[in-house]
Design a protein around this ligand. Structure first.
Ligand code: NDP
Ligand code: OXD
Length: 280
């Protein structure tokens, strides 16, 4: 447990989630840092992080299935008009709405890594047309793949529900901005489970206001907790959750990190080592 007033502990391994910059100033003998989450963006923001210190991140550990559940919740609410039924109940209305035409709900998943692959697979299993975008273009069976910046416009143009599961890096910061969101199909919906800094919040608000976009389900924000006067709180077409799309599960997390530390100390190969040049 980090205690700021202690002298250096000469620790070889740090296990962290959002550590203070002072950790790396004090502990000069670290051989590796193990991150208690999938995203390592908070670590890269620390000016004190040594350039050559290996970073190992959490892979899945029970989070991918939760990300898939979150995406299904948001997609099904919109496409099956369940919010409308809740409103109708308030008015005492028994009024079946038109059936779902899945062709009208093409889904695009930004980032098809550990999280995005599970999200894309799950939605494809519900017969939605699903595409994925990543650097490599790798996607699971049943999902259409798009690769790199050259194919981003084609990916956006065929997408109505855009689901973000990208890591936050210099290349992906602000990727959800007016000129990308405007390339989506009409009545587009955004589901952001990546990081708040992926989204230019005022651009989303403007596109919701002018009717270009239908709605947004947001789990992550530039400032967390979301400030109490933020316009997202009261926006009728924005749904907010407090960075809980996937919670870290204690048992899975401890088992995975303990296994990885053991492998590292024994000099065995291990997965989840962050590529410092890519930032994820
Ligand atoms: P992975 O590293 O497994 O996957 C990252 C994906 O993003 C890969 O498909 C990668 O492509 C793609 N990618 C990265 N940079 C680019 C780029 N510049 N252009 C195109 N594609 C890119 O990460 P995870 O799936 O494990 O996690 C993703 C993120 O999800 C985390 O970083 C975190 O921010 C977020 N997260 C949020 C949670 C929440 O509760 N809201 C919980 C857990 C994670 P390629 O493989 O081809 O390089
Ligand atoms: C993560 C998160 O990156 O919970 O693991 O956001």
């Amino acid at each position: 447990m980090w205690q700021p007033d202690l002298p250096a502990q000469d620790a070889e391994i740090a296990v962290v989630w959002g550590p203070p910059a002072a950790l790396f100033e004090r502990e000069r003998k670290l051989r590796a840092v193990f991150n208690l989450g999938a995203g390592v963006d908070a670590l890269f923001k620390l000016p004190t992080l040594p350039a050559d210190l290996p970073i190992v991140r959490l892979e899945d550990a029970g989070m991918a299935v939760q990300m898939a559940e979150y995406a299904v919740w948001a997609v099904v609410r919109a496409s099956r008009q369940f919010d409308d039924y809740v409103r109708q109940q308030g008015q005492g209305l028994w009024n079946p709405l038109p059936e779902l035409d899945r062709a009208q709900w093409p889904i695009g998943v930004l980032g098809t890594g550990v999280m995005g692959t599970r999200v894309a697979q799950t939605l494809a299993s519900l017969d939605y047309p699903v595409a994925g975008w990543s650097r490599s273009g790798a996607v699971p069976p049943g999902v259409q793949g798009f690769a790199g910046t050259a194919q981003l416009p084609a990916f956006l143009a065929r997408t109505r529900v855009l689901i973000n599961t990208l890591p936050l890096t210099d290349d992906t910061r602000n990727i959800l901005r007016r000129d990308t969101l405007e390339q989506l199909q009409p009545n587009a919906c955004l589901i952001n489970m990546g990081r708040g800094e992926h989204l230019v919040e005022e651009d989303l608000l403007a596109l919701l206001e002018n009717g270009r976009m239908q709605g947004a389900t947001l789990d992550v924000f530039r400032q967390e907790p979301l400030p109490s006067d933020h316009p997202f709180w009261s926006h009728p077409r924005v749904t907010i959750t407090p960075h809980v799309a996937a919670l870290s599960l204690r048992r899975e997390t401890i088992a995975q990190v303990a296994d990885k530390i053991g492998r590292f100390m024994r000099g065995e190969p291990l997965t989840g080592v962050v590529a410092r040049d890519r930032g994820y």
